[in-house]
Design a protein around this ligand. Structure first.
Ligand code: ADP
Length: 205
């Protein structure tokens, strides 16, 4: 079996700030960030997969697992071949995948999950307000409509939340998602840095 990518999962509801935190972490040497939703959004919308993505995401639904995992894996291999992502140097930070229990099972072949950072948002309505604001700023069709936002939340609660059960509670850390991005970052780093250090850090140097 090829080496599994050493990975941190950023986990949380839509609007919790996975993308924001992932993007910042990705700028830190030794971390490599990949957002599944972002990869989907960069697909050519006239390609077969691009069309499938638009069909599902515009309704707030998940793209079927088979397409998702295949696309994700091909993307990871391409980034590795290009040496953009270096599995021996970088801790992979994934956001937006796995999104249900079946994806978590399928991904076990490819990733060694060392840490799950669960961005917890006790107040659903404030997260939904964040999504509305982002939709205006980033021109995101999936979050522009109230019913689509609420559908995305339903899907999260029903399909995505149970993903946590797939991983040992020993590697799951909760971080309050409601603070400022800098405050959330501080807490994310508190958990992520020791893991990066343990597995990739240069000691005694
Ligand atoms: P969020 O705002 O929750 O971070 P994303 O940008 O991750 O949303 O995802 C946008 C859309 O892309 C999802 O609603 C879904 O249709 C599709 N998508 C992203 N990741 C996955 C995945 N792992 N499995 C299935 N569909 C996905």
């Amino acid at each position: 079996m090829p080496q599994r990518y050493k990975t941190i999962l950023l986990f949380g509801a839509p609007g919790a700030g996975k993308g924001t935190q992932g993007k910042i972490l990705g700028y830190v040497p030794g971390f490599y960030h990949l957002s599944c939703g972002e990869v989907f959004r960069t697909l050519d919308s006239t390609s077969d997969l691009g069309r499938i993505f638009v069909e599902y995401s515009s309704k707030g639904l998940l793209v079927p697992d088979e397409h998702t995992v295949k696309m994700w894996h091909k993307n990871m291999e391409a980034r590795t071949i290009l040496s953009e992502y270096k599995p021996n140097v970088d801790l992979l930070v994934l956001d937006g995948i796995p999104r249900n229990a079946n994806q978590a099972k399928l991904l076990d072949k490819h990733i060694n999950v060392l840490l799950v950072i669960h961005l917890v948002c006790p107040d659903k309505e404030s997260m939904i307000a964040r999504l509305r604001k982002r939709a205006l700023k980033e021109n995101r069709a999936d979050d522009a409509k109230e019913d689509v936002i609420r559908k995305r939340w339903d899907v999260y609660e029903r399909e995505t939340f149970p993903v946590l059960e797939h991983y040992s509670p020993k590697i799951i850390r909760e971080v309050d998602a409601t603070g400022s991005p800098a405050c959330v970052l501080l807490n994310v780093l508190k958990h992520a840095v020791p893991v990066q250090d343990d597995h990739f850090g240069q000691r005694g140097g």
